[in-house]
Ligand binder design. Structure first.
Ligand code: BEZ
Length: 221
């Protein structure tokens, strides 16, 4: 099964995009990156997703994350479809604020394990699933998610996981269920109590549990 594992260096591929030919690592520079694929241009769920991505693009920018989309259509299709996306986003006078990769030969889709075997075009060719790859400034894969073509993603959740990835890249903490910025976080299990006390000046509180084990340690980062 082709695909990438967390911690792998993301391939430095060349591609045609709506902003011209790119080399992926040069496109990223020293930023974080998010690459998200969709099955096809001019399809309904994809249009709602990219319109939402356009609306929240400033939030990605604030976090220093460069966005890039991908599907198995041509640059010309992407450019034409982008106008529909922006009109759907009630911003017809603006251009899509991130590029789209034209993977019409499905080379990247195969290399990155993005094809959805259950979704095919009218010629029987497989379409790309809804993948998300978050790439760190070290060019390594930090997160991947994979949805089928029939389920649209949630871009607020993508921003939430990016907030967690960026926080946990800096501090020895992990974010609990439904965490949002500002909430308490958990001290990672590999830290001793003494190390945690030294690292977290806001203090560490430990939740008592029937096992008596002191692993539920919370702090305010
Ligand atoms: C859509 O974007 O609406 C879609 C694309 C391929 C299969 C199913 C839905």
């Amino acid at each position: 099964m082709p695909g990438l594992l967390l911690g792998d260096v993301f391939p430095n591929f060349d591609a045609d995009t709506t902003i011209g030919r790119i080399k992926f690592h040069d496109f990223l520079g020293s930023s974080w990156g998010v690459l998200f694929s969709h099955p096809r241009d001019f399809t309904p769920v994809c249009t709602t997703e990219l319109a939402c991505a356009a609306k929240v693009s400033d939030e990605f920018k604030k976090r220093g994350v460069k966005m890039i989309a991908l599907s198995v259509d041509s640059v010309e299709d992407h450019r034409n479809w982008s106008k529909d996306v922006m009109a759907f986003s009630n911003a017809a006078e603006s251009t899509l604020p991130f590029p789209i990769i034209a993977d019409d030969k499905r080379e990247l889709a195969v290399q990155l394990g993005m094809l959805d075997p259950d979704e095919r075009d009218k010629d029987g060719m497989p379409l790309t699933a809804r993948c998300v790859f978050v790439i760190g400034p070290d060019k390594k894969l930090k997160l991947s998610i994979l949805y089928p073509a029939t389920t649209g993603r949630n871009f607020d959740e993508l921003l939430r996981v990016i907030d967690s990835l960026q926080l946990t890249a800096q501090k020895k903490v992990a974010t609990p269920v439904d965490w949002k910025p500002g909430d308490k976080v958990m001290v990672i299990p590999s830290l001793s109590d003494a190390e945690a006390a030294a690292l977290f000046p806001n203090g560490v509180t430990t939740k008592e549990v029937p096992s008596g084990k002191k692993y539920l340690r919370f702090t305010q980062p």
